[in-house]
Design a protein around this ligand. Structure first.
Ligand code: SF4
Length: 336
């Protein structure tokens, strides 16, 4: 059991590799992250930076082969998930940790009605009869503000819009009363107005129930709206973590600053969008030192040879960048 001050989820020095014909993809390296009870933690970064691999690792859903968790620990409520048996993990998935994916069609079975799929989930986690199960499903659909909840139970997934399907998924996952919800780009496939509605529902329900959320997105606007803290990922590692307000008001890592400058601002009448030069490096043969150095306008002497450790320029604000090294850090480069 975890103590009262212990984080609900704590990932320590996690490494995940995929063994492919092109070589070994070092998808995650030295990733550490914590999520407290009731906290909404945002995980942001470009496509391919390792966000989804991290979420899937927490549920031990990395296909082996070709993938493998090669180092680290994932502690949930004080237990290391990497040491549990498959049976114990099956009990945790859905019961204590749930996951919502970007495209709900990939999670809903197209040949069964919404009602039969929801009932199956409810029956799996709660000892209730058919009538009571149906009542719970209708109640859950109402909580996600689904219009005509009773009629929706009789429909097939393809008869619902993307926003309605995502509400069904949120209802299903929260009906299991998880302590932790992993939300992997749950609103990316939706149009902007539906996205805002779904986000408001997700935030309302998780805050109300004290559910911790690891919210994955490449959209900084969504992250700003929803999250208490933010971790920024780049090329398989976390490079900056801070309270959401601090990341947006005073980003410390050159990559985070680049991401924020790349957001279009209509009010500022930007002539052209700022871009981060170059592209995301190959994770088969990542650059030495700081993985961002080939694209960084502020790189200097140690960046292409020394991996930056985390510095804490303000309380709770951690950044992996040599620009924030003190005297001690400078001396260590000279020794290396
Ligand atoms: Fe840029 Fe160097 Fe900081 Fe990396 S460590 S972000 S290359 S200044």
């Amino acid at each position: 059991m975890s103590g009262p001050n212990e984080p609900l989820l704590e990932v320590r020095d996690l490494a995940v590799q995929f063994f492919t014909y092109q070589g070994t993809v070092r998808a995650l390296e030295g990733v550490s992250l914590s999520v407290a009870r009731g906290e909404i933690m945002g995980l942001v970064g470009e496509t391919g930076c390792g966000k989804s691999v991290l979420a899937r690792s927490v549920l031990r859903l990395i296909a082996d082969p070709p993938g493998k968790i090669t180092a680290g620990a994932i502690r949930f409520k004080g237990r290391d998930l990497l040491t549990l048996s498959r049976r114990e993990m099956r009990r945790i998935r859905g019961n204590e940790i749930s996951m919502i994916f970007q495209e709900p069609m990939s999670s809903l079975n197209p040949v069964f009605t919404v009602g039969s799929q929801m009932l199956e989930v409810v029956a799996l986690h709660q000892a209730v009869g058919r009538e009571e199960g149906r009542r719970i499903c209708v109640e859950m659909l109402r909580q996600v503000k689904m219009p005509d909840a009773e009629q929706v139970l009789a429909k097939y997934p393809h008869e619902l819009s993307g926003g309605m399907r995502q509400r069904v998924m949120i209802a299903m996952e929260l009906s299991c009363r998880p302590d932790l919800l992993l939300a992997d780009e749950p609103t990316t496939a939706l149009d902007v107005t539906v996205q805002a509605q779904v986000l408001a529902i997700l935030e309302g329900l998780t805050r109300q129930r004290g559910v911790a959320v690891l919210f994955i997105s490449h959209d900084l606007g969504v992250i700003a709206q929803l999250c208490d803290r933010v971790a920024v990922m780049y090329a398989g590692g976390i490079i900056e973590t801070a309270p959401a307000g601090a990341i947006f008001a005073a980003p410390r890592h050159p990559y985070t600053r680049g991401l924020l400058h790349a957001i279009p601002r209509i009010a500022a009448r930007q002539e052209s969008l700022a871009v981060i030069p170059g592209s995301v490096p190959s994770l088969v043969d990542p650059p030495p030192g700081c993985r961002f150095h080939p694209r960084c306008a502020e790189r200097f002497f140690p960046c292409d040879r020394v991996v930056p450790p985390f510095y804490e320029p303000a309380p709770g604000h951690r950044v992996a960048c040599h620009l924030h090294a003190g005297e001690e850090g400078r001396r260590s480069w000279e020794r290396s």
